[in-house]
Design a protein around this ligand. Structure first.
Ligand SMILES: O=C(O)CCC(=O)c1ccccc1C(=O)O
Ligand SMILES: [Mg+2]
Length: 375
């Protein structure tokens, strides 16, 4: 089924988070992001969302670098000729280095369009079978431990399947001890967002006594070697997030023993196809994966749900309910979580309607790109 795109619209949106979200590297309150709409010759729209943030803290990509890459390079490549299958885009974009979040946003729109044209839900061509997915929630660093305990209490009561707590030097062992004391049985993990080095190995080792499901990205974002040194010193499995940007990174991490679990973020790895390839590799190697979050609005959330339907997404991910983040999301219905489960939509494409009124409300500026007459 050939996709013949007529035009692509890039929109720059800005939404306020309900509550500030603090990690070891900084605090988010306002989320600006790019929404990609790919429209074919029959007027069918596919949607993608860039997960790049305003500042280059999590990775070097930003909203502005994504806009630049999309405008100057990626959108022209996608419009240059018809696309037989969304997986072709990886090859078409291969000459452009990195910039994975920009690539993933556009690839995601093409996947949605492809699935809608085929009349199937997005998870089907990806090979996902689950009818519902288990999700957890990621909780930012709080002003006090008491605040943190109150927040966790709320999400445990809502039925989230695991609690992820952000840690950093000075907010780690003592905090996790208190959380464990208050919630002895809750499936718990900690995410350091690269706040430590090998010199902190004793501190990280001290976390072993709390029975964490995993510790996410303790060391540098670009490192696989030090993680391979650290993992044998810990009983707690290491999960890599920032360090895994591609299939090859995943292969090397598994060969080196840098981690025992991988967090897959569609944007970080350059799209759904690469995410699927990493998933399949990990399945072959007996390594579970889960889907990480980037404080996405509804379109990104829908893509996360679709990829999480693949079998080896064996651990609850970060895709919490829309209402956890937003007063009003940009999709209808919003993503809802009951007893820690999301029911996977079976309407064609991403399975949620994009609410154009809300999109308009949050859009600050937009630009339309038409296919060249020769395409
Ligand atoms: O709820 C979410 O979307 C995930 C929140 C989260 O943990 C996160 C948020 C912003 C940047 C990085 C991360 C991360 O997973 O490391
Ligand atoms: Mg993380």
């Amino acid at each position: 089924m050939t996709i013949e795109m007529e035009y692509v619209i890039l929109r720059h949106l800005q939404m306020e988070l309900k509550a500030p979200f603090t990690t070891s590297f900084g605090t988010f309150q306002t989320k600006e992001f790019i929404l990609v709409e790919a429209v074919d010759r029959d007027g069918v729209s596919g949607w993608g969302e860039s997960v790049a943030f305003s500042a280059p803290w999590y990775s070097e990509e930003t909203v502005k670098t994504n806009w630049h890459m999309l405008e100057e390079f990626l959108v022209p490549l996608a419009l240059a000729e018809p696309i037989n299958h969304p997986s072709e885009l990886s090859k078409r974009f291969a000459a452009i280095r990195q910039n994975h979040m920009a690539k993933a946003a556009l690839e995601g729109a093409v996947w949605d369009l492809y699935a809608k044209r085929s009349g199937v839900p997005l998870h089907q061509p990806l090979g996902g079978m689950k009818k519902e997915i288990e999700v957890g929630v990621s909780i930012g660093i709080q002003p006090t431990v008491d605040d943190l305990l109150r927040v966790i209490e709320r999400y445990v009561a809502q039925g989230y399947r695991r609690i992820k707590v952000k840690i950093k030097p000075g907010w780690d062992v003592d905090v996790i001890r208190e959380v464990r004391r208050a919630f002895p049985d809750v499936p718990l993990m900690a995410d350091a967002n690269s706040a430590y080095t090998l010199a902190d190995r004793e501190r990280l080792k001290a976390l072993d006594e709390f029975g964490l499901m995993m510790i996410e990205q303790p060391l540098a974002a670009d490192d696989l070697v030090d993680h391979a040194r650290l993992q044998p010193l810990l009983e707690t499995p290491i999960c890599l997030d920032e360090s895994i940007r591609s299939y090859d990174d995943a292969r090397k991490a598994l060969d080196l023993g840098s981690c025992r679990i991988i967090n897959i973020k569609i944007g970080r790895v350059g799209g759904l196809w690469e995410a699927k390839r990493i998933h399949d590799l990990c399945a072959e190697r007996g390594v579970p994966v889960w889907c990480g979050g980037m404080l996405e609005a509804g379109v990104g959330r829908a893509h996360n749900i679709a990829i999480t339907t693949l079998e080896n997404f064996a651990l609850p991910g970060d895709t919490a309910a829309s209402s956890h983040y937003w007063e009003r999301d940009i999709i209808v219905p919003e993503v809802e979580v009951h007893r820690g489960l999301i029911r996977v939509p079976d309407a064609p494409g991403i399975g949620y309607e994009v609410d154009r009124r809300q999109v308009e409300r949050y859009t600050q500026f937009a630009k339309v790109f038409h296919r060249p007459p020769t395409a």
